[in-house]
Design a protein around this ligand. Structure first.
Ligand code: C2O
Length: 571
């Protein structure tokens, strides 16, 4: 009997090892070295010394297959504390590789290195990586492309060429100085001086046209654009003159294809589109400009361009083609109808797994706010001698300074965070009506909300009219969520759930709250750890528009957070 069971377990072990190696046989391990360093970058007729990875702006594109492992050694050769975030990667049981500073790790101080190790599990499409420290992500970002598992392919015809198309924002100053000034004055930070496509502002800005990004195509072929919004503070509309786009994927989840003339994309989001070069050979502008949902809020009203260039027409341009490319028609900056209509078209390609029975029914208000200010007047430059703030359920999130939340949790260090984030707002009011001024000032705290492993969670993200209504691109780390519904005004728990899409809702990692409305999301809390949820407008996260979930371990090692890796930076 004894003998038999030993053989049996040996046999099982062998089969396991064989199966495991077979799996590994086509899963690759990619090693990268990232050095954060100050780099001179010339844009808009002047040179700024900004932080980059390996001197590249945008940073290196990471290309992997679903199932692969990434090992990225990051060295901080710059002058600011920094951490990097792999936006949208689920990091199952591995929050140590997620990156938001003071949440899952202490930042790397100058001179310090840290190696991020993670495996892509069941994710395919376009994601990206960026700094998750102050405003360093203004210049520290890049594409993270996940091809289908070796041997499988896209659920749409294979495009002839593929290009990352990264939208960004550029300041004629060090973005860290722009942030510092805002921190001192309490006012909103200065808006950017340009938008960029793959780091280039394009023809419509001074000193920019010789470096305008070109996307070459052959007449008749179909290409894939992997659009990433890496802008710090701005949702963008994107169009291509005379060409339609077919959306096929967003946030690394395939969507039912749909055709559109314009894409609206919020910071943090990605959208893959197919474009067929079916127009007379020539040059066509691709352009992006602001979608600014808040009335009376300053925004950068410039337009960035790149060029879709038919190869047969390429030579002409070099000899000075007489024809300037045509500009696409872009929606007006405040065209919320177009933005909402675009969002409403998303459906997930694969049916299913939407949690139907809900264990945690959460209602979070998304608020801006003002703090009455009694300091010297240069410190009170917000509206009517105030300072700006922001909150969720009236809690303005404070990032710890002495430790990261994950490290404090693991080492049982008290005093770093609490787990009393309120499941509903402390006070109910007419969220999208005229909110009395007394409700504009939040409390501060590092409050987490605890979730049991495996629980089914629904969150209504209710935007409010405190200071102004606005589309807030809300991002949840460590998860995708189903976007089951959205609407204008205040969420109505009696009538609105009846209209939820529980069949094929899109899955995303970042979703905009309807300005002056709500959006409903659902997910299963199957990834233990500490996971930040925040507005991906950096101006708002700096004011405290964030909270975090503490998802408890499940039963056994395989459902629990892995032990921390060696050399986790200390605060
Ligand atoms: Cu793309 Cu918390 O970030």
């Amino acid at each position: 009997m004894k003998l038999h069971s030993t053989y049996c377990s040996l046999f099982l072990k062998l089969t396991f090892i064989l199966a495991f190696t077979a799996c590994l046989a086509n899963a690759a391990v990619h090693h990268h070295e990232f050095v954060i360093q100050p780099t001179p970058v010339n844009r808009l007729c002047q040179t700024q010394h900004v932080m980059t990875v390996n001197g590249q702006f945008p940073g290196p594109t990471l290309e992997v297959h679903n199932g692969d492992t990434l090992i990225i050694k990051v060295t901080n050769a710059g002058k600011y504390d920094i951490s990097l975030h792999w936006h949208g990667i689920r990091q199952m049981r591995n929050p140590w590789a997620d990156g938001p500073e003071y949440v899952t790790q202490c930042p790397m101080k100058p001179g310090v290195s840290y190696t991020y190790r993670f495996t892509i599990e069941n994710q395919e499409g376009t994601l990206w990586w960026h700094a998750h420290s102050k405003w360093l992500r203004a210049t520290i970002y890049g594409a993270l492309i996940i091809y289908p598992k070796q041997g499988s392919s896209y659920p749409y015809p294979k495009p002839k060429r593929e290009f990352p198309l990264i939208l960004g924002e550029w300041w004629n100053r060090d973005p860290m100085h722009v942030l510092r000034q805002a921190k001192i004055t309490g006012a909103a930070a200065n808006v950017s001086d340009a938008y960029t496509i793959n780091g280039q502002p394009g023809d419509l800005y001074p000193c920019s046209n010789k470096d305008t990004t070109i996307f070459p195509v052959e007449a008749g072929e179909t290409i894939l654009l992997r659009i990433i919004n890496a802008a710090l503070n701005q949702q963008l509309f994107f169009s291509i003159a005379n060409h339609q786009m077919t959306v096929v994927e967003a946030d690394a989840i395939y969507t039912k294809p749909f055709i559109t003339n314009v894409v609206m994309i919020g910071p943090g989001q990605t959208t893959n589109v197919l474009v067929t070069a079916n127009q007379p050979p020539g040059h066509y502008y691709m352009a992006a400009t602001a979608y600014s949902s808040a009335p009376n809020v300053a925004y950068d009203n410039t337009t960035t361009t790149a060029i879709l260039e038919y190869k047969s027409a390429a030579c002409k341009s070099k000899t000075g083609s007489p024809m300037r490319p045509i500009l696409p028609q872009l929606p007006a900056w405040n065209d919320t109808n177009t933005a909402n209509a675009f969002k409403a078209q998303f459906r997930s390609l694969s049916k299913g797994r939407v949690p139907l029975e809900i264990h945690e029914n959460l209602f979070f208000t998304i608020n801006l706010g003002l703090i009455n200010c009694s300091g010297p007047s240069f410190r009170c430059q917000g509206p009517n001698n105030t300072r700006f703030t922001a909150s969720m359920n009236n809690v303005s999130f404070v990032f710890p300074k002495r430790n990261s939340i994950m490290q404090a949790l693991y080492q049982n260090t008290p005093g770093v965070f609490t787990t009393d984030f309120p499941p509903v707002p402390p006070l109910q009011f007419d969220y999208t009506g005229n909110v009395s001024r007394g409700l504009w000032t939040p409390a501060r705290g590092t409050k987490l909300y605890k979730l049991k492993y495996g629980s089914h969670v629904q969150i209504i993200l209710q935007s409010t009219n405190i200071v102004t209504i606005e589309d807030h691109p809300m991002h949840l780390h460590g998860y995708h969520f189903f976007v089951v519904g959205s609407g204008k005004g205040n969420f109505n728990p009696r009538t609105d759930p009846a209209r939820f899409n529980l069949v094929d809702p899109p899955e995303r990692n970042t979703i905009g709250t309807t300005p002056g409305g709500w959006v409903a999301i659902r997910f299963v809390a199957d990834n233990p750890g500490v996971w930040l949820m925040h507005c991906h407008l950096d101006v708002h996260i700096g004011w405290g528009l964030a909270m975090a979930f503490l998802v408890e371990n499940g039963v056994g090692k395989l459902n629990s957070v892995e032990p921390p890796p060696p050399q986790l930076p200390q605060c």
